[in-house]
Design a protein around this ligand. Structure first.
Ligand SMILES: Cc1cc2nc3c(=O)[nH]c(=O)nc-3n(C[C@H](O)[C@H](O)[C@H](O)COP(=O)(O)O)c2cc1C
Length: 329
């Protein structure tokens, strides 16, 4: 299978980290990229530049130390605003602009944005053409399979995107109306892959290396995009890399290795956000990391009360050391 190219960038793999607001901050992206993710878009940024002066927005636009290409996702419903947002982000160092038409229920500046746009194909074309023209770097599109199950216009939208100069598509196998309900369907993704020549990345409910291989086979897509399954399991990327190389799926990492991965992640969070905020942000990741582990709920309850970064790090280390000792006994 030939390597995926996005404009001038030749990617080293086929498993992408899905953009997730509130999750895929710089520390988590760096971690997933180290684990083998081929590309990781930042958290969505509103196209309305007036909202960029907040601390949160400033952090979202921070890509320091991130391997190339740096991908910035923007969302908005106004072509001119999207074009301006693309230009300004490229001036600030973005190397790929990802347009969000995949997120349900988003309004930006009282205009519909995200997957709500899929209903208006003319507006989709206007936004993509304006963004491509202004960006001067590759523009990718994150979309769903359509507006609702009766109007699965994903193939039309994909063709519009290709004609507008979009460099690659990531397709979540649900319609906008489906939000997260039901199972993702891959038939429409397969039809989209048949309809365009640009790379197509399949997304939705891919939660193991085995499933990644099956979805690639079923859709003919060039790559897969992983969202929720990477929460607390960033090593899913190296598992997919191994499976696609034909190697045996790696065994679950040991408690000791997981401890080291988490501790490095926590330290990165404390450095990025500062220790106080970092410890608060880390809580959800800790919850995900210990999902389905022994005594997880008791540990979660106690660690959620710890406020200091050092205390949190020590509690996590002790918990995983105890798991490691129990496994060795
Ligand atoms: C917490 C959360 C935040 C998300 N934020 C975004 C976002 O900012 N932009 C976007 O395009 N999609 C967003 N999504 C959708 C994901 O990128 C992805 O398409 C979806 O989760 C399906 O993939 P999965 O089944 O692998 O999780 C978000 C999903 C979740 C769970």
């Amino acid at each position: 299978m030939p390597a995926i190219h996005i404009g001038p960038y030749r990617l080293g793999g086929r498993a992408f980290l899905a953009p997730m607001a509130g999750v895929t901050d710089l520390p988590f992206r760096r971690l997933c990229l180290r684990m083998g993710a081929a590309l990781a878009a930042g958290e969505m940024l509103s196209a309305d530049a007036r909202l960029w002066e907040t601390e949160e927005s400033r952090r979202r636009r921070d890509h320091s130390g991130e391997p190339e290409p740096r991908v910035v996702q923007i969302a908005g419903g106004d072509p001119q605003m999207m074009a301006d947002a693309a230009r300004r982000n490229v001036d600030a160092g973005a190397q790929v602009i990802d347009v969000n038409m995949g997120c349900p229920a988003k309004k930006v500046c009282s205009k519909e944005a995200g997957s709500a746009l899929l209903r208006d194909e003319r507006l989709v074309a206007a936004i993509l053409e304006a963004t491509v023209r202004a960006a001067g770097v590759p523009v990718t599109l994150k979309m769903r399979t359509g507006w609702n199950p009766d109007r699965r216009n994903g193939v039309t939208v994909a063709r519009i995107a290709e004609a507008s100069g979009v460099a690659a598509l990531a397709v979540h196998g649900r319609t906008r109306d489906c939000r997260f309900a039901g199972a993702a369907e891959y038939r429409t993704i397969a039809a989209i892959k048949q309809a365009v020549r640009i790379p197509v990345i399949a997304n939705g409910d891919i939660d193991s290396a085995h499933k990644a291989v099956a979805v690639l086979r079923a859709t003919g897509a060039d790559g897969v995009m992983i969202g929720r399954a990477a929460q607390g399991r960033p090593w899913i990327f190296r598992e997919i890399v191994a499976a696609l190389a034909g190697a045996d799926v790696r065994p679950e990492p040991s408690a000791r290795e997981v401890r080291d991965i988490i501790c490095a992640h926590l330290r990165d969070l404390y450095g990025f956000y500062g220790p106080g905020t970092g410890a608060r942000i880390a809580r959800k990741h800790i919850g995900w990391y210990c999902r389905e582990r022994p005594q997880a709920s008791a540990f979660r309850q106690s660690v959620m009360k710890v406020e200091s970064a050092e205390g949190q790090l020590a509690a996590v280390r002790d918990y995983f050391d105890a798991l490691s000792q129990a496994a060795a006994a």
